[in-house]
Ligand binder design. Structure first.
Ligand SMILES: NC(=O)c1ccc[n+]([C@@H]2O[C@H](COP(=O)([O-])OP(=O)(O)OC[C@H]3O[C@@H](n4cnc5c(N)ncnc54)[C@H](O)[C@@H]3O)[C@@H](O)[C@H]2O)c1
Ligand SMILES: [Zn+2]
Ligand SMILES: [Zn+2]
Length: 389
């Protein structure tokens, strides 16, 4: 089958790789109809992780069940399903408590948590490909209504809609809150959208990419351009001293407020300044214990200079970590089905799988309005079926 394969920093190629097959009675094979490119893929794409050449990318996957193992009970060929980016067993202590992002059994490296197509997250090739093997399929597949309706909305249930929502849960966003979201990438936009769904009174979204800030304004959030002035001051002025809650949807590759250099703790420190005393901060943005491209020796070891003194003084609560997608995906699916949520406003491009190399490049550079890309492998399989005939 065709798949997006990591070659070297800033280089992915669409190549022929072996078809996945049922390896365990609980596996299913899914024929992928939509697989998104994520900001998390960019950390690998830019060579800012230990990802090795040959890795098949793609952890945001939706498709049709092609084949099920003998132990799968709730799924049949033809069912439309979306998979959380987390691979989870369903029976370990963390899965049972709802922390499927920290599954204790699926990652042989001993790290808590597994994912498709991601460095250090277990032996699970990604779904930017024609087919995907899904372990523990009954647990990891969320059934969707038949047909193709809401395809772009449902595809976002694999990661960014639940992850944005998780940012709000980590920060405890409640009705009437003021909320500051740093980052207007897909995760930040979904965090802002979720905050409004949860009844926030005012939501500020900080970035400097015009198309992304426009999308924030489009959902009723207040865009804050950090290139036009200190975002902390802009938000503190607008709220009379700070927001109730804050969300970091940027992570360790944050740009410094002024200029183009990277400052890995910039957003964490801005949040400490932006959120009022006794407020809370949710951090879905990614931080890593080792970063080959870190700005200095400490950053390379995942050690950042965070204003813990001010954080303590202000009594902030902080929540971090991978989103436990399964904890929210059923509820968010039903908001989409019932017409109460339309997260696909973030999707800027839907492209054939073969166009992945250019799509990665443009999404990485945040140019031409590339905000969220859905890759469609179907076109490739149709061509192949034609050739076989
Ligand atoms: N916790 C999870 O489960 C989870 C899931 C998905 C993604 N993530 C992480 O969330 C982060 C965001 O993902 P994304 O897909 O939206 O990525 P993205 O790279 O598309 O978006 C990041 C945005 O942050 C902006 N930015 C950079 N520095 C900034 C600053 N100082 N202030 C404000 N904005 C700034 C950029 O301009 C960009 O628009 C990434 O770190 C990603 O790895 C985490
Ligand atoms: Zn993702
Ligand atoms: Zn588990």
């Amino acid at each position: 089958m065709r798949a997006v394969v990591y070659q070297k920093p800033f280089d992915v190629a669409v190549q022929e790789v072996p078809d996945p097959r049922i390896e365990h009675p609980n596996d299913a094979i899914v024929r992928i109809t939509a697989s998104c490119i994520c900001g998390s893929d960019l950390h690998m794409y830019e060579g800012r992780t230990a990802a090795e050449p040959g890795l098949v990318f793609g952890h945001e996957n939706l498709g049709l069940i092609e084949e099920v193992g003998s132990g799968v009970t709730a799924l049949e060929p033809g069912d439309r399903v979306v998979m959380p980016f987390n691979v989870a067993c369903g029976f370990c202590r963390n899965c049972q408590a709802g922390y499927t992002g920290f599954c204790l059994t699926v990652n042989p490296s001993g790290f808590a948590g597994g994912a498709y197509g991601y460095v250090a997250m277990g032996p699970y090739p990604g779904g930017q490909a024609e087919y995907l093997r899904v372990p523990y399929a009954d647990f990891n597949c969320l059934p969707l209504p038949a047909g193709t309706e809401h395809e772009a909305d449902y595809a976002l249930l694999a990661d960014i809609f639940p992850t944005g929502y998780h940012g709000c849960v980590l920060a405890g966003v409640a009705p009437g809150d003021t909320v500051a979201v740093y980052g207007a990438g897909p995760v930040g936009l979904m965090a802002a959208y979720s905050a409004l769904l949860r009844g926030a009174a005012r939501v500020f979204v900080v970035d400097r990419v015009p198309e992304r800030l426009a999308k924030a304004a489009g959902i009723g959030a207040i865009p804050v351009d950090f290139a036009a002035g200190d975002p902390v001051q802009q938000i503190r002025d607008a709220t009379g001293g700070g927001t109730d809650k804050g969300i970091d949807a940027v992570g360790y590759q944050a740009s410094a407020a002024a200029g183009d250099h990277e400052e890995p703790a910039a957003v964490l420190n801005q949040l400490v300044q932006t959120v009022r005393p006794t407020g809370a901060i949710g951090v879905p943005g990614l931080y890593v214990p080792s970063d080959p491209g870190g700005v200095d020796e400490n950053a390379r070891r995942g050690l950042l200079l965070v204003a813990i003194g001010t954080l303590f003084e202000k009594g902030h609560r902080v929540g971090t970590g991978q989103a436990n997608v399964k904890r929210y995906n059923r509820q968010l699916r039903d908001l989409i089905t019932d017409g109460r949520a339309t997260p696909s406003f973030v999707v800027s491009h839907q492209l054939p799988l073969e166009q992945a190399p250019a799509a990665y490049q443009k999404f990485d550079q945040r140019v031409e309005g590339y905000t969220k890309v859905i890759l469609k492998p179907e076109a490739a399989s149709e061509v192949r079926t034609e050739i076989r005939r």
